[in-house]
Design a protein around this ligand. Structure first.
Ligand code: EPU
Length: 336
């Protein structure tokens, strides 16, 4: 039965999928057909359906949080369908800090490891003890330790070797009892009395001032990844653009701020139909409505081409796009 996709993804394009299934109990996975095409979804805050989807959308909605106290940390087992921000908030109420820098990130706990969510100096990978997934081929539950998840910047094994092969069912996080605040990000340095609650509130305040709420103004968060370039490329760019924000990434590379590249290329407020480069944070695209997948594709290409012609950097979209049958990548290589 055709099902509306608009309420299932926060960018809210007005498309439909052929079938929709909500998983509330793990036993359902054993009898669920994973015939292609299918798309796994949490709250749809990092996925956009460009067209009608000719397959099954499988939404993970299992619930449950278990806390185990160990000698020097807490081990938290969380079902994939739990809401990420509610988890952060619940743990703080239970006096288990650690996740406060990741407050207000939209989406589910099960989706968090796929792209290794990160914000304000912290990435999820730092806390992952293990991830359990339902292996579609064998119908067994498999557990991966942190190293096996192959976490990197907005990346993990679930986007590569395990793509379309695994359904994340449980996330196990280890949160040390000895709290170590991470205050490297500018606005967090303004906090005077440093407590987990104060960091939590400052993160919420900072996000609210720059990032539009996906439930009131449709968007999918940062649209592009911050590009990683070699130190040589960076020093050449800095000669022309001395203010380009950059952060060390390993020994030989730096990450540069894609939002800055888009902003300084004059694209804030640029519109295609109802899709706009956000005025407060140029890395976010917002959808005012009356927009279609083709409008978004035109927008992505325009941004990639404009940024490329100015800085010779090709932006890669971080948001996952789906066309009628499969995941879709827009990389305007022809301009490189
Ligand atoms: N900047 C501009 N103009 C803009 C946007 C940014 O000049 O329009 C500059 C800022 O002034 C700053 C730099 O670019 O110097 C970086 O901007 P910001 O601190 O807002 O962070 P970001 O690099 O754009 C990343 C994550 C966000 C995360 C923030 C905070 C990615 C793709 N995005 O954004 O994550 O919240 O850092 O840590 O890595 C998300 O993934 O959906 C997301 C929101």
């Amino acid at each position: 039965m055709a099902h509306a996709l608009q309420p299932l993804h926060t960018f809210a394009l007005n498309n439909q999928c052929q079938n929709f299934v909500e998983i509330t109990h793990l036993e359902q996975l054993k009898t669920q057909s994973f015939e292609s095409p299918f798309c796994l979804l949490g709250e749809g805050s990092n996925t956009i359906f460009l067209n009608n989807y000719a397959g099954t959308v499988i939404k993970m909605a299992t619930k449950g949080i278990k806390v185990n106290e160990r000698e020097s940390d807490y081990l938290i087992g969380i079902a994939a369908g739990e809401n990420w921000h509610q988890l952060v908030s619940y743990l703080l109420d239970e006096n288990i800090p650690g996740l406060e820098n990741l407050a207000l990130i939209p989406g589910t706990v099960g989706a968090a490891p796929v792209q290794n969510i990160g914000a304000y100096g912290v990435e999820l990978a730092k806390f992952v003890e293990s991830i359990e997934y339902f292996d579609i081929a064998s119908k067994a539950i498999v557990s991966l330790n942190n190293t096996q998840c192959e976490f990197a910047y907005r990346d993990s094994i679930f986007k590569h070797a395990l793509k379309n092969k695994a359904v994340i069912t449980q996330v196990h996080l280890a949160l040390p009892k000895k709290w170590q605040p991470i205050l490297s990000y500018g606005p967090l340095q303004q906090i005077t009395a440093i407590t987990p609650q104060a960091v939590f509130e400052q993160v919420i305040h900072t996000r609210n001032s720059k990032l539009p709420n996906p439930y009131t103004l449709p968007n999918a968060g940062s649209f592009f990844k911050n590009p990683i370039i070699t130190n040589e490329r960076l020093s050449k760019l800095l000669k022309i653009f001395p203010e380009l924000p950059h952060y060390e990434y390993g020994k030989n590379h730096h990450k540069v701020a894609a939002g800055w590249l888009i902003d300084k290329a004059g694209l804030k407020g640029y519109r295609v139909a109802g899709i706009e480069v956000h005025q407060e944070q140029a890395l976010v695209l917002v959808n005012h409505g009356e927009s279609e997948g083709d409008d978004l594709i035109a927008m992505i290409k325009h941004i990639q081409q404009t940024v490329f012609s100015r800085y010779s950097i090709m932006l890669e979209h971080e948001v996952r796009l789906f066309d009628q049958t499969s995941e879709y990548h827009i990389n305007t290589e022809s301009v490189q």
